[in-house]
Structures are given as structure tokens and as C-alpha cells.
Design a protein around this ligand. Structure first.
Ligand SMILES: Cc1ncc(C[n+]2csc(CCOP(=O)(O)OP(=O)(O)O)c2C)c(N)n1
Length: 336
């Protein structure tokens, strides 16, 4: 590989690795803070960092992401400021949704990261509509929709897959297959492997090792390229493992014995470090310095966000109607 290309690859991968570490550090911080009563609720992302960041690396700024509640690493790599994520979880005055959404329901208009919806897979038909719009308007943008494997057992998934294939849309379905839908293991949820479901709609289906950031990047990149060239949608089944609980309200020791510990061979952070060390891009010293810096950034950002007050209560009555209604006015009078 020519030197210039190698140095570009090196900086791209170090940027991606830094996002992996920032995500993991932030994840630990928020879970701990929830236990301390400083945050109400959170859906941890531990175990899914590399598949999301591999996918993010394959996208352009104009592309649209219809993500779900576990996509913090995706957002961080795409350049969403960490404070936007923490402010959303805290529902404070600087949260773009002003605390109207429950925690982990992020959005970032500037980076085309659409609002996370609570009902699983409800965003998939919406992503189809967005992909249709890109095709109709010839924007050249691709839509990527992420979801867990549990979400594939919903009517919305089937409707979205069917319509995306029928209209040959520029859409990539990225299934973040972490093996569990809360307490339901994938083998009790569906018999067929997720990627094979694409065939029923005449769509391409692929499986990828989500713990391998480079493999995921290559597979998503190719799917995105095909979508951009008008060659239609792809379903990608990215295999990973949900290392933490479903949410901070969940206790997985009640229903599962299999675990993947931090620092073990199945931890995507460890897999990525091995990959990048083998390429000669990182060494122990750089790893240490990235981790120390990440901890400092996360601690500082968290404390800064914690100082931001709650939204003004009157904002609860704003932003829905262009002109207020008499009913709202009455409520404001009664409540405030
Ligand atoms: C339509 C609907 N049914 C049930 C729920 C409750 N629920 C929230 S998350 C979840 C599991 C989703 O699992 P999966 O899609 O595999 O994603 P993961 O949480 O594992 O990342 C369920 C059943 C919901 N939010 N929406």
C-alpha cells in the first residue's frame, strides 16, 4: 500500500478506535451515575461499539441515519457532540427535545441522526419513506436503519423490507444482532438466521462479525455503494453480544448465564486493539493515553452537563402548535 494511503488509513482507524474508547468510557460513566441516582434511565451500548463505528465509517455526511436507543457509539463517531448525548439523557435545558423524550431517545438534526422512537422497529417504515424521498429527489444520499434482532419479529420490519425491495430503495438495514431482546434469546425468537430473511423479499442478505470493525466497515461500505448506485437495499446481520443489561432497569443474571466480560477475547475493544496493533497503528502507550484522555473528557463533560438546569416548565406547552389553543392556555394557567 502506498505511504499516503497507509497514513490515511492509520488516522481513520485511530479516530475510529478513539470513538470506541470514548463510547465505552461514557457507557460506564452513565451506568454508574444511574446507580448513584444522577441519571434516571439508560440503555447501555457495551459490546456493540465496533459494529456501529464500522458502519459509521462507511457513510457520508449527507446520508441519513434512522437509529435506535443503543446507537451512542455511532453518534459519537459521526461527530455528535458528547454533551448533546448527555444532555438528552439528563433531559435538561440544553437537550434539543427539552426533556420531552425518555433518556436514550437521541436525535441530532445537524448530523442527520433521526429521533429515536420507543416502539421497536417503528422507525423502519419511516426510513423506507425517507429512502423513497432520496430516490425521488435524486439527492444521492443513502439511508441506514439500525435495529436489534428482536425487532425483526415485528410487522413493521416485514413491511419495511418488502417496500424497500419493491421500490429498489437506497437503504441499508443494519441489524445489531446482540443475541437478546431483553430476556428473550434470539433462538427463541426466530428459527431462521436473520440475514436469510432478506431472500423472502428478493433482497441481498449478508452476515458479518460485528466485533470486527474492519470487516463491518467493508461490508457496509459495499452495501452503501450499491444503494447509492441504484442497485437497491441490503440487509446486514451484524453479530455481536449485549455485554451489559438491556437497560439500567434490567438484571440479566435472572435469565442468562452466558457473559462476555470486559477485557476478554470477545470484547470488541480487545478485538480492535489486537487488529490495530497487528497493523502497527497503535501500541500500549498510545492505548493508555487514549483511555486516560477519554476518561478526562467524559468526567468533565458529565459534570458540565449536570450543572445545566431543567427546562423551563412552560416549554412543555410550546413547540407543537404554531398558535396556542385555548385548552393549552387553560392548562398553563392551572398548572404553572
Ligand atoms: C412494539 C414494541 N414492543 C415491545 C417493546 C418493549 N421492548 C423494548 S426494547 C425490547 C427488545 C428489543 O430487542 P432488540 O430489537 O433485539 O434490540 P436490543 O434491545 O437487544 O438492542 C422490547 C421488547 C417496545 N418498545 N416496542
Amino acid at each position: 500500500m502506498p505511504e499516503v494511503e497507509k497514513s490515511e488509513e492509520k488516522s481513520r482507524l485511530i479516530k475510529a478506535y478513539t470513538a470506541v474508547i470514548l463510547s465505552r468510557t461514557l457507557d460506564r460513566k452513565i451506568v454508574t451515575s444511574q446507580r448513584q441516582g444522577r441519571v434516571g434511565f439508560y440503555t447501555p451500548t457495551m459490546g456493540q461499539e465496533t459494529l456501529q463505528i464500522g458502519a459509521s465509517m462507511a457513510l457520508e455526511a449527507k446520508d441519513l441515519i434512522y437509529g435506535y436507543y443503543r446507537d451512542v457509539p455511532f453518534m459519537l463517531h459521526r461527530g455528535v457532540p458528547m454533551e448533546n448525548i448527555i444532555n438528552q439523557i439528563m433531559g435538561n435545558r440544553d437537550d434539543s427535545a427539552l426533556g420531552r423524550q425518555m433518556p436514550s431517545h437521541y436525535s441530532d438534526k445537524k448530523r442527520n441522526f433521526m429521533s429515536v422512537q420507543s416502539p421497536v422497529a417503528a422507525h423502519l417504515p419511516v426510513a423506507v419513506g425517507a429512502a423513497y424521498a432520496q430516490k425521488y429527489r435524486k439527492t444521492g444520499a443513502v439511508v441506514i436503519a439500525t435495529f436489534g434482532e428482536g425487532s425483526t419479529s415485528t410487522p413493521d420490519f416485514h413491511a419495511a423490507m418488502n417496500m424497500a425491495a419493491v421500490f429498489n430503495l437506497p437503504l441499508v438495514f443494519l441489524c445489531e444482532n446482540n443475541g437478546w431482546a431483553i430476556s428473550l434469546p434470539v433462538e427463541k425468537q426466530t428459527i431462521a438466521e436473520i440475514w436469510t430473511k432478506a431472500a423472502a423479499y428478493g433482497m441481498r442478505g449478508l452476515r458479518v462479525n460485528g466485533n470486527d470493525m474492519l470487516e463491518t466497515y467493508e461490508v457496509v461500505k459495499e452495501a452503501v455503494k450499491r444503494a447509492r448506485e441504484g442497485k437497491g437495499p441490503t440487509l446486514i446481520d451484524a453479530i455481536s453480544f449485549r455485554m451489559g443489561p438491556h437497560s439500567t432497569s434490567d438484571d440479566p443474571t435472572k435469565y442468562r448465564t452466558e457473559t462476555v466480560d470486559e477485557g476478554s477475547d470477545r470484547d470488541p475493544v480487545v478485538v480492535t486493539e489486537k487488529l490495530l496493533k497487528a497493523k502497527g497503528f497503535i501500541d500500549d502507550k498510545l492505548v493508555e493515553s487514549i483511555k486516560t484522555k477519554a476518561q478526562k473528557i467524559v468526567d468533565e463533560k458529565f459534570e458540565e452537563c449536570a450543572k445545566i438546569p431543567a427546562p423551563d416548565p412552560k416549554t412543555a406547552f410550546e413547540g407543537v402548535y404554531a398558535e396556542t389553543t385555548w385548552m393549552l392556555e387553560e392548562e398553563v394557567r392551572d398548572i404553572l
